[in-house]
Design a protein around this ligand. Structure first.
Ligand code: AMP
Length: 420
């Protein structure tokens, strides 16, 4: 199936083309027509299956047919509630991406930050509101948000929402929603309490389900090396001695880390390139093309830069660090072993990341195979709270010194001083 077969508005199709989405994922192919036809939907799907687009695309399409202004101001017709700030931001970004050729506007609101920027945006009017429950209720109570006009409501990651104790918040939000609306309800798992909540929200829902994302992890052989922080580079070079690893997509959590890894590999004459947010679109494109053409062996990428890149027949993914969000791990390893090809993921874990591995194993419901033949095994223990504090203090100090030195150096250069 192609997106063109779903009767989508050309502006949406154009945006999807820009993202290089060629065909809908399973949940999209199932859910989009049902949502477009006006049904309530009960979706069993996890992050990583493409579920955001499964609800965002048909909602954008609905909004394009709506009268969206009232007294010259946008009225909020769609509300998407999701449990975490990260998910909220991601959903907001996805909507902006898919709606970039329309004048649909979204705002993302979440707690833990000052509310000023969020309320300013709300005052200007938004079509779609993406929110975490606590901040949503807070701003509703303060009169910044009215749900009176909501026609399209999404409850995302319902099981996680209940795990996080948001049930009362959700029930309060539900009482403020208009009775006549279309509701979409997504959850990775469907235990009794979730089914019961969905019964409170949905009317004659159509059910759609896709294999949980954890099962995509089953098609990838996963290995784990545990090591000390100081041995990571040596261990990576040891791993790359294996000629079977012809081409590798290597993930780094930070841009700075990605550059450092690339520099270390270059020193050892390993052909590589780094892609991340500080590199221009041209640089990124060139790196990707070089990688696809086999001119470079290791493509070092941050999670954001790797989003949406599709490399055919990629067999190896290396996690130079362990992501703190278990879903990110699943996204990462999902980059290899696509379309029936068997993939291999190799993760490198330092003591501070041991806990992240446990979270990942819980999500994917399996143990990652520990590699015992490891010349650089983990001997350090994770830091305790006091050590962590001290470490952060030191880091901050070093950072300040670095910037102070740089400022001094720049100042000297401006004055025409030459370094001897
Ligand atoms: P989600 O499950 O919504 O978090 O999406 C997981 C990832 O898949 C995101 O990085 C999306 O940008 C990407 N994605 C969603 N739909 C498609 C598609 N049809 N083709 C390719 N990538 C997609």
């Amino acid at each position: 199936m192609k997106f063109e077969d779903l009767n989508l508005n050309p502006s949406i199709l154009k945006a999807l083309k820009d993202e290089n989405y060629t065909e809908p994922t399973s949940i999209q192919a199932k859910a989009i027509p049902l949502v477009l036809a006006g049904n309530d939907v009960l979706g069993s799907a996890q992050t990583g299956t493409g579920k955001t687009a499964a609800f965002a695309i048909p909602i954008i399409q609905h909004l394009l047919t709506e009268q969206r202004n009232q007294n010259g101001k946008r009225k909020t017709l769609s509300l998407i509630v999701t449990p975490t700030r990260e998910l909220a931001i991601q959903i907001g970004e996805s909507i902006s991406t898919y709606a970039k050729y329309t004048n649909i506007k979204n705002a993302v609101i979440y707690g833990g930050v000052k509310q000023g920027a969020q309320t300013d945006e709300l005052k200007q009017g938004v079509d779609v509101l993406v929110a975490t429950p606590g901040r949503l209720l807070d701003l509703m109570n303060q009169g910044y948000i009215s749900l009176q006009a909501i026609k399209y409501f999404v409850l995302d990651e319902a099981d996680r929402m209940l795990d996080m104790g948001f049930i009362h918040d959700i029930k309060k939000i539900l009482t403020k929603l208009p009775k006549k609306r279309q509701s979409l309800f997504f959850s990775a798992t469907m235990p009794d309490n979730i089914i019961s909540l969905s019964n409170d929200i949905l009317i004659n829902p159509k059910k759609v389900a896709v294999n949980p994302v954890s099962s995509t992890a089953e098609t990838v052989k996963q290995f784990l090396y545990t090591t000390n922080k100081s041995s990571k580079t040596d261990l990576l070079l040891h791993i790359l001695k294996d000629p079977k690893l012809e081409q590798v997509l290597l993930f780094s959590r930070t841009k700075h880390g990605a550059n450092k890894i690339a520099r270390n590999l270059e020193k050892k004459k390993i052909k590589c390139a780094a892609i991340h947010g500080d590199r221009s679109q041209n640089q990124r494109q060139k790196a990707l093309t070089d990688f696809k053409e086999g001119k470079i062996r290791v493509l070092v990428a941050t999670d954001i830069a790797a989003r949406g890149i599709d490399i055919d027949k990629l067999r190896y993914v290396i996690n130079y660090d362990i992501p703190n969000e278990p879903e990110t791990y699943v996204h990462r390893i999902g980059r290899c072993g696509r379309a029936g090809e068997e993939g291999v993921s190799i993760s490198i874990c330092e003591p501070e990341e041991n806990a992240f591995v446990r979270d990942i194993e819980k999500l994917i419901n399996q143990k990652i195979q520990l590699v015992r033949d490891n010349p650089y095994p983990q001997t350090d223990r994770p830091m305790n709270q006091a050590e962590k504090k001290e470490f952060e203090r030191e880091k901050q100090k070093r950072k300040q010194e670095h910037f102070a030195n740089r400022k001094k150096k720049n100042g000297n250069q401006k004055k025409g001083f030459r370094k001897k």
